[in-house]
Design a protein around this ligand. Structure first.
Ligand code: GAP
Length: 570
C-alpha cells in the first residue's frame, strides 16, 4: 500500500516532497506500519498552512459575499444521493490487471506513462485498442495485461448493525450541497442567483494514487454550487469588475486541432510530449497591465491570452457567470502568489456526465507540465433534476424577479485544497546559493554582523546570507505562511531570552501564530524559518536592552532594519 517514489531524486517535485516530509508539513500516513498509499497526514506547520488557505477561501467566497450560504455536511452519505447523481453508475476509472503478478493499474495512466502522450477522457474501447496496438505489458513484471474495465471509485461501507445498510464516503462535496438545496433555499432567505459553499473531505478509491497529495484517496475540496435562473446565465452584475482581466485560454477546438495533427503525424515518429513544448514558453507572469491583471504568459503556444470580456464576446466561454467565477478564482490564486496558470476547456470527449461546459485552471508543473488545479463546470440543472426525480420532491424555486418557478442552473467552482497546498509549496520553493557572508554571519553568531556596524533604527542593511546547510527558501505569500513571524534572542544569556519572550508575548497577542526560537546559532534559526516560508524574523540583541529596538529581517531580500517592536504589523 505504499506510494512508489515518484520522481528523480534531484527533481524539483521530489525536493518539495522531501522538504514536506523533513519539516513535517505533510507526509505519508501510517509510516509506522509501512505507510498507507494515497493517504497523508499534515504536521504542525502543514496544518497551519492548510488552515490559512482554507480560511482565506472561506472569507473571500463566503463571508465577504452577500450571495453565499455556508454548509458543513456529512461525510458518510446516503446511497440514494449517489444513485441520483449518477456516481453509482458512472464514477469509474479504467482498470487493467496483470495476469501474472496481479498488480492493478489505471489504464489511461499506464498508457500515458508508456507512450508519453495524453489520453485524457478517451473511451474504454479506444484504451483497449491502444493497449493492444502498442503491446503494452505489466510495468512491474512484463506479464500480460487484462482488457481495461470500469472500476467504481466510491468507498462503500455499511451503517449500523446490519451489513445490508450500505453507505458511501462522499467522492465530492458537491452532492451534499445539491441534496440540501431545497432546505437551504428555504431557510437561507436568498433569491437567485446565490451560491452554497462547502469545504471538507472527499474520498476516492483511486486505482493508483500518485504524485504525492496531487492525487490522494482522501483529500479536501472547497466547492461552490452557484444557482442561477436558467435564462439569466449572462445576467451577471459583477461581470464588469473582471471583464478586463486577462488569462491564457486553451480552448477545446485548439486541443482538438492539435490532437488531429498528432493523429495525422502518427507513424512519422513519436510525438514530443506536450510538457516539453510547455517548457519552451517565455513571457511575463501575473503582471499588471492597463489595470487588468495578466495572469499568464503572453504569446503562449498552448493558449491565447485575452480578456474575459473578449472570451465571452467570442463565445469562447459560453456564459458571463461562468467567466466571472473563473476570473474570481484566478484573482484569489494571484492573492497567494500563484500566477503560472491557464484555463483549459474540456474537450467534448472528456466532459463529465453532468457537465455542459467545463474549464480547468491548470498550473504549469515542473516535470509534469500543465495539470488541473481546480475545475469550473456548467452543470446545468442536471443535479437538481436528478435529485427531484430520485426523491420525488419538486426542486423548482420561485424567482422573485421574473415571478417564475424554475429549476436553477449551476456554475460550479471546485477547488482541491491538498493539490493547491502542494502547488503553492512547489511554486514558492527556491534554492539559495550559499554566500560567504552567510558563513561569516554564522561564525559571528550575530543577526547583523554587529561589529560596530549596527544599522540605525529604520535603516536598511544587506543581511548576511543563509547558514552553510540552509539552501532552501519558500517564498510563500505572507497571508498564508504557517509562521508569519519568528522571534529570536541573539543568545540566551544577559537577559536577552527574557526580553525576547516579553516581546514575543506582545506580538503573539496580535497574531497567535508568531513563534519563538532560541536554539542553535542565529544563522541556523533564520535558515529554518526561510525553509518554511516565514516572511519576517525579529532578533533581540544587546542594543534592544539599551534602546528598545529590535532587528527585523525580511526573508527574500535578507534586509535588516532596526525598529521598535510596537511598529511591527503582524
Ligand atoms: N464536484 C466536481 C468535482 O469533484 P473534480 O474535477 O473531480 O470535480 C475537483 O475535482 C477538484 O478536486 C480538482 O480540481 C482537484 O483539485 C481536486 N481533486 C480531485 N480528485 C483529487 C484527488 N484524488 N486527490 C486530490 N485532489 C483531488
Amino acid at each position: 500500500m505504499t506510494d512508489k517514489p515518484l520522481e528523480k531524486p534531484d527533481s524539483k517535485i521530489q525536493k518539495v516532497i522531501n522538504l514536506c516530509q523533513r519539516r513535517g508539513l505533510v507526509f505519508s500516513a501510517a509510516e509506522l506500519y509501512g505507510s498507507f498509499g494515497g493517504f497523508f497526514d499534515y504536521g504542525p506547520l502543514g496544518v497551519e498552512l492548510k488552515n490559512n488557505v482554507k480560511q482565506s477561501w472561506w472569507r473571500r467566497f463566503v463571508l465577504q459575499r452577500e450571495d453565499m450560504l455556508g454548509l458543513d455536511g456529512a461525510v458518510l452519505t446516503h446511497p440514494r444521493i449517489w444513485k441520483a447523481s449518477g456516481h453509482v453508475d458512472a464514477f469509474n476509472d479504467p482498470l487493467v490487471q496483470c495476469e501474472k503478478c496481479k498488480h492493478r493499474f489505471r489504464a489511461d495512466h499506464l498508457i500515458e506513462q508508456e507512450l508519453n502522450e495524453s489520453v485524457d477522457g478517451i473511451s474504454e474501447a479506444k484504451l483497449n485498442e491502444l493497449l493492444k496496438a502498442h503491446k503494452l505489458a505489466c510495468p512491474d513484471c512484463k506479464g500480460t495485461l487484462t482488457d481495461a474495465r470500469n472500476f467504481n471509485l466510491m468507498f462503500k461501507t455499511s451503517v449500523g448493525a446490519t451489513e445490508d445498510n450500505h453507505a458511501y464516503l462522499r467522492p465530492e462535496t458537491a452532492q451534499v450541497i445539491f441534496a440540501n438545496f431545497k432546505y437551504l433555499h428555504q431557510i437561507g432567505r436568498k433569491q437567485l442567483p446565490f451560491g452554497i459553499a462547502q469545504s471538507g473531505r472527499s474520498f476516492r478509491n483511486e486505482i493508483s494514487p500518485r504524485n504525492f497529495v496531487f492525487r490522494g484517496r482522501e483529500f479536501e475540496q472547497m466547492e461552490i454550487e452557484f444557482f442561477v435562473h436558467p435564462e439569466k446565465l449572462d445576467d451577471c452584475p459583477e461581470f464588469d469588475k473582471i471583464a478586463k482581466h486577462k488569462a491564457l485560454f486553451c480552448t477545446a477546438a485548439q486541443q482538438e486541432g492539435k490532437r488531429q495533427n498528432q493523429e495525422n503525424q502518427a507513424g512519422k515518429g513519436k510525438q514530443s510530449h506536450e510538457n516539453k513544448e510547455n517548457k519552451k514558453r517565455e513571457g511575463d507572469e501575473g503582471r499588471k497591465k492597463n489595470n487588468a491583471i495578466v495572469y499568464a504568459h503572453e504569446n503562449d503556444s498552448n493558449g491565447q491570452t485575452m480578456t474575459f470580456a473578449d472570451a465571452v464576446k467570442q463565445k469562447i466561454i459560453q456564459t458571463k457567470w461562468h467567466a466571472y467565477w473563473m476570473a474570481e478564482a484566478l484573482d484569489w490564486f494571484a492573492s497567494m502568489g500563484l500566477t503560472k496558470l491557464r484555463l483549459r476547456q474540456h474537450r467534448s470527449d472528456e466532459l463529465s456526465h453532468y457537465a455542459k461546459e467545463t474549464w480547468d485552471v491548470e498550473y504549469d508543473y515542473p516535470e509534469w507540465g500543465w495539470k488541473e488545479l481546480a475545475g469550473f463546470a456548467n452543470r446545468t440543472d442536471f443535479d437538481l433534476k436528478a435529485h427531484a426525480k430520485e426523491s420525488g420532491k419538486d426542486h423548482a424555486v420561485f424567482d422573485e424577479s421574473t415571478k417564475q418557478k424554475v429549476v436553477p442552473h449551476v456554475i460550479e467552482p471546485s477547488f482541491g485544497l491538498d493539490r493547491l497546498i502542494f502547488t503553492l509549496l512547489l511554486d514558492a520553493h527556491h534554492e539559495q546559493k550559499e554566500t560567504k557572508a552567510g558563513k561569516e554571519n554564522e561564525e559571528e553568531n550575530s543577526p547583523n554582523a554587529a561589529k560596530g556596524g549596527k544599522p540605525a533604527e529604520g535603516q536598511k542593511q544587506k543581511a548576511a546570507g543563509p547558514a552553510e546547510d540552509a539552501k532552501i527558501m519558500l517564498k510563500l505569500a505572507p497571508n498564508i505562511a504557517p509562521v508569519p513571524l519568528a522571534v529570536f534572542p541573539l543568545m540566551k544569556k544577559d537577559g536577552l531570552a527574557e526580553k525576547a519572550r516579553e516581546i514575543y508575548a506582545e506580538l503573539k497577542k496580535h497574531n497567535p501564530a508568531v513563534q519563538y526560537d532560541e536554539s542553535g546559532s542565529i544563522g541556523k534559526r533564520y535558515a529554518r524559518m526561510d525553509e518554511v516560508g516565514t516572511p519576517l524574523c525579529v532578533t533581540i540583541d544587546h542594543q534592544t536592552l539599551q534602546d528598545g529596538t529590535v532587528t527585523l529581517r525580511e526573508r527574500e531580500t535578507g534586509e535588516q532594519k532596526r525598529i521598535k517592536p510596537g511598529s511591527i504589523k503582524v
